[in-house]
Write a protein that binds this ligand. Structure first.
Ligand code: AMP
Length: 380
């Protein structure tokens, strides 16, 4: 086992499980600071692999490959949380894994995550475990309609979820999701959605980027704006909840808490992501220390950096749908001098697939949001 007490310094090798855009931006931050990056996933020529030093192609359940990967690095982190527990355990035999495999295990499954949150007194959307039509009918009677049925495992960006508008739809909704463990949630008629991206260092230090406001389209994040336009009391409460979640889970790394803010001004946790988050992408261009550099600092046992927002900012996702009429007009977006274009190097654009994002810094958050939308429209 490697030395896991002293800081892991520039020149060392960071292993990343997963190979998407989060790993890519992490690798860019790590290479800038003089680290080497190895990535592990079942694919090649990936967003992370394109900027990493070494790209390993193997399946997450190939534990020998995982052990070999972990042997060659100084610390293992991840950008994809749906890695099997056994994978994190096998990696941990050879190198420190940060955040720990237990955090992955809790947060990769909606029921385990919500049970952890409610057992620890955190405010969560009302939920019920669903294993049968009877469970579902009882849940709908309790919560009323509409309600949202979600798969307990492996869900993201609205995948594996159905909105049930009437009790008559129950049977069909269950048939649609197949025979697997499900969660029923009360439908939250929210005022807005917000997130707190935060980091916890190896020494327990805490840093956060304030509250970010998120607008979704078809269940996928569309635009994020910082700082969120919230009463200071609510913003402070969201940060304190995030701090307590990171403490309780003993996170070493970055974690995002996604909230619904109800029309009555109550914060409810929708979801946790134990890694940098799409709503924090604007920190890459708009903050002294990005969420990716912070993850690096945390997992290497270095002091956390300043999270100061340089100017109000907004981020707009670029989904594969934008390619419908051919290659987007990149020059038109670059004609906005304040727009930062981030593309992830994905080879095949598909509807709903996150291909890149735009970030704008401006005088006010509203102005940044208007500009980033205008720049995105210019791509079409
Ligand atoms: P999720 O994959 O659970 O983060 O859901 C994606 C998006 O679907 C959320 O960001 C919301 O916009 C919407 N959504 C999910 N669950 C609920 C709910 N219980 N009530 C209202 N909207 C929801």
């Amino acid at each position: 086992m490697k030395n896991s007490t002293g800081p892991i310094l520039p020149g060392s090798v960071i292993g990343v499980l997963g190979s998407g855009q989060l790993g890519r931006m992490f690798a860019i931050a790590a290479r800038r600071m003089g680290y080497r990056v190895h990535t592990f996933s079942p694919e090649t020529d990936t967003p992370t692999g394109q900027v990493a030093d070494v790209e390993i192609k193997a399946h997450y359940d190939d534990l020998n490959a995982i052990r070999g990967f972990a042997t060659a690095v100084d610390v293992v982190t991840f950008e994809f949380e749906n890695v099997p527990s056994a994978t994190a355990q096998a990696a941990a035999e050879r190198a420190p894994v940060r955040p720990s495999g237990e955090i992955l295990h809790t947060t990769q499954h909606r029921l385990r995550e919500k049970t952890f949150l409610s057992n620890n007194g955190f405010p969560v959307t009302p939920f019920k475990t669903i294993n049968s039509l009877q469970d579902l009918q009882a849940g709908l009677a309790e919560f009323g309609c509409p309600a949202v049925l979600k798969t307990a495992g492996f869900g993201y960006d609205g995948k594996g979820q159905t909105k049930i508008k009437s009790v008559e739809e129950a049977e069909a909704a269950l048939a649609l999701t197949g025979r697997q463990e499900m969660v029923l949630e009360a439908f939250v008629d929210f005022d807005c959605e917000v997130s707190v991206v935060a980091a916890r260092g190896l020494d327990g230090s805490f840093a956060h980027w304030g509250v970010i406001q998120n607008q979704h389209h078809n269940h996928i994040l569309d635009v994020s704006i910082a700082p969120a336009n919230l009463p200071p009391g609510i913003a402070g409460e969201a940060v304190e909840i995030a701090r307590a979640v990171l403490e309780e889970l003993e996170v070493v790394g970055v974690l995002c808490v996604e909230f619904f803010l109800t029309k009555q001004g109550k914060l409810l946790i929708n979801e946790l992501a134990p890694r940098p988050h799409n709503s924090g992408h604007l920190t890459f261009d708009a903050c002294v220390t990005s969420q990716f550099e912070q993850q690096l600092r945390a997992v290497c046992g270095l002091p956390l950096g300043s999270t100061e927002l340089l100017r109000p900012a907004a981020m707009a996702n670029l989904l594969g749908d934008l390619w419908e009429g051919g290659e987007p007009n990149w020059a038109a977006a670059c004609a906005f001098p304040d727009v930062k274009l981030n593309l992830y190097g994905k080879l095949v654009p598909k509807p709903g697939r996150k291909m890149g994002h735009l970030t704008v810094l401006s005088r006010t958050a509203e102005e940044a949001a208007a500009l980033v939308r205008a720049a995105r429209n210019a791509l079409k």
